[in-house]
Design a binder for this molecule. Structure first.
Ligand code: ZN
Length: 315
């Protein structure tokens, strides 16, 4: 949507933060200037030294999902910009679609809708991860209108997991949130409940495991957990990582590292010693997850009783 002046406008790549485009996507070459260039927003191509943070985050996610390889990422994904035009006002300000006149907006949306539907059909897309509310609503409308059996993500899973972590912080718990995803649906969600239960094993992952066991008790363990993607805001501790490996989950995606008890490499790499290692990827929304932990350990949570604030070793 709406190419950023220091990203896609510089190189034509959606979310095209220069370093990511050059170093991760390995794209290079000469970018020519447009016929009419605004002096305050020059097109510098790969010489652009300004970094666009949203682009950096987006391609960092692609790097994690592709285990460091763009080829791996693009085996399962396609990045499409709904509205790939950069419109600038006379003073160089970026014009967003919502600022356009109704008749212009309608005409642009018609062309963008048509193109998007073609892409969805051509590539037989199953899930759309919409970035931004405008696109999310647009895709939902299009899928409903064209009766396309496509799931549209409302929020990234890690953002939902972070909401649980934030609630845990408000409850005076070490802020960790976790989701279990199966066939693109959340089948369990939980947060750390160590302090409220006075049980040191009640980590967010354990809460989710219990939910699955309770709700899907008829299924055999392999069916219960074999297709489950675990999304957790903090690297699972050794206990949880071992449990998730034993249950044979599909993959583990975590936010920030857990330097004290991490079981995915920080303290011990459970995958390296397990007979059936599970794919693990970390670093998604790491800063946000880490910032919640820091708030907890600094005791800035106004709702946390003093004694709970100091329970650093509960997780
Ligand atoms: Zn744990």
């Amino acid at each position: 949507m709406n190419p950023g002046p220091w990203g896609m406008m510089q190189n034509g790549v959606p979310f095209g933060e220069t370093n990511s485009v050059r170093d991760f996507l390995d794209l290079f070459g000469t970018v020519h200037k447009p016929d009419r260039e605004h002096p305050s927003k020059p097109v510098l191509g790969f010489s652009c030294s300004r970094s666009e943070i949203s682009g950096r985050r987006f391609w960092e996610l692609a790097r994690v999902l592709g285990a460091g390889s763009p080829h791996q990422f693009f085996k399962h994904a396609f990045v499409h910009n709904y509205f790939p035009l950069c419109l600038l006002s006379s003073n160089g300000k970026n014009i967003t679609p919502s600022e356009l006149k109704a008749n212009v907006k309608k005409e642009i949306e018609r062309a963008c809708d048509e193109c998007l539907v073609e892409v969805l059909l051509l590539l037989e897309i199953e899930v759309v991860v919409a970035i931004g509310r405008f696109v999310e609503k647009r895709v939902q409308k299009l899928c409903s209108r064209a009766n396309l059996p496509i799931q549209v993500s409302k929020e990234s899973w890690m953002k939902v997991a972070l909401k649980h972590a934030e609630q845990a912080l408000r409850d005076g718990e070490v802020p960790v949130g976790c989701l279990f995803i199966k066939h693109n649906n959340i089948i369990a969600e939980g947060r750390n409940e160590v302090n409220v239960t006075k049980n040191a094993t009640r980590h967010a992952e354990m809460m989710c495991i219990d939910t699955v066991l309770q709700n899907h008790w008829r299924e055999c363990p392999l069916k219960k957990f074999g297709n489950v993607t675990v999304v957790v805001t903090v690297e699972p501790c050794i206990m949880c990582a071992a449990a998730l490996h034993d249950l044979g989950v599909r993959e583990i995606i975590y936010g920030c590292p857990n330097d004290r008890f991490g079981g995915c490499g920080s303290v011990l790499d459970v995958a390296a010693v397990h007979c059936k290692p599970v794919p693990v990827a970390g670093g998604l929304y790491s800063d946000q997850a880490m910032s919640l932990l820091k708030k907890f350990y600094k005791g800035v949570n106004p709702n946390a009783p003093l004694s709970k604030v100091k329970t650093k070793r509960n997780y």
